[in-house]
Design a protein around this ligand. Structure first.
Ligand SMILES: Nc1ncnc2c1ncn2[C@@H]1O[C@H](COP(=O)(O)OP(=O)(O)O)[C@@H](O)[C@H]1O
Ligand SMILES: [Mg+2]
Length: 144
């Protein structure tokens, strides 16, 4: 049986609005297996970002359980969540958060500076990632 890297059971997420609550996610159940390529599709305001923020440990469930790599997102401390993100998760944000003064190479290398990697290991990793997405010839460019 393949391992699930994401397991979501009865997830509810609400936000306080004025004196009441706005329920953005109302009873989500979802499993994602290792190696699966999953897309999340829905109209604007349907809760995609809210769900991704919780899977990405940037936000916590109001009710229910969200497990990422076996770790319960609602129960992680700020530091534990930061470590999980640093070592296990990757994000491409809608507004990319690229560093304008740095090159493409340096932007990709930046999060790796937090890891215990040698310069040559980082180089290998950066070049591999850029090759995957066809950006090898842009390493010295800066973001537009
Ligand atoms: N911090 C918040 N406070 C109140 N309402 C929010 C908050 N974040 C999201 N919402 C509401 O939750 C719903 C889902 O938002 P969102 O997850 O951003 O949807 P999507 O990414 O699918 O467009 C929207 O109606 C949005 O207005
Ligand atoms: Mg969104």
């Amino acid at each position: 049986m393949s391992e699930n890297i994401v397991e979501i059971r009865n997830l509810v997420k609400w936000f306080p609005v004025g004196k009441g609550r706005f329920t953005a996610l109302d009873g989500i159940n979802l499993s994602i297996g290792r190696g699966e390529f999953t897309g999340l599709i829905g109209p604007s305001g349907s809760g995609k970002t809210t769900l991704l923020n919780i899977i990405g440990t940037l936000d916590a469930p109001s009710e229910g359980e969200v497990k990422v790599l076996g770790r319960s997102v609602g129960q992680l401390s700020t530091r534990e969540a930061a470590m999980l993100r640093r070592h296990e998760l990757g994000f491409i944000f809608q507004s990319y958060n690229l560093l304008a003064v740095h090159t493409v190479y340096e932007n990709v290398e930046f999060p790796l500076l937090l890891l215990k990697m040698s310069k040559s290991e980082r180089h290998q990793s950066v070049m591999q990632a850029l090759e995957w997405v066809g950006l090898t010839d842009k390493i010295a460019s800066k973001p537009p």
